[in-house]
Design a protein around this ligand. Structure first.
Ligand code: HEC
Length: 110
């Protein structure tokens, strides 16, 4: 009796642990993206916002945008590229990597 309750409890914990990383929208990168990037790039990274259209930003999920290497994106995000601001002073290196992983996840879903 008790052992089966234990098994159920443990499998519940394990399911939660495995389910979490699958939700890209809840990852640290997604949270950072929502607070720093959506104003221009949009919630879905398509660039479909007033500023995104004004600046003609590419869909970050698109194959052309995804062609860039992680190192190129890291460089661009930390240094900025006018009119995109530099994020080096606002985000730590790890946080920039988290955002890049999130953008890669979005790209894969295309
Ligand atoms: C003020 C508006 C603005 C904000 C905020 C902004 N961006 Fe950008 N971003 C741009 C513009 C404009 C470009 C296109 C620059 C160019 O190529 O001329 C761009 C380009 C990019 C590219 C390269 C896309 C391509 O065309 O290959 C990436 C990746 C990117 N941004 C990521 C981010 C991330 C991540 C954040 C948040 C940490 C962010 N941006 C915040 C305006 C913005």
């Amino acid at each position: 009796m008790w052992s089966s309750i234990g098994t159920i409890a443990i499998s519940g914990i394990m399911l939660t642990a495995f389910a979490l990383p699958l939700r890209a929208e809840d990852s640290p990168g997604a949270v950072l993206f929502r607070s720093n990037c959506v104003i221009c790039h949009g919630g879905d990274a398509s660039g479909n916002t007033a500023l995104g259209k004004k600046y003609k930003v590419r869909d970050l999920k698109s194959a052309e945008a995804q062609k860039a290497t992680d190192a190129e994106w890291f460089d661009l995000i930390s240094k900025g590229k006018k009119p995109m601001p530099a994020f080096a002073g606002r985000l730590k290196d790890d946080q920039i990597h988290d955002v890049i992983s999130y953008l890669r996840e979005l790209g894969k879903k295309q």
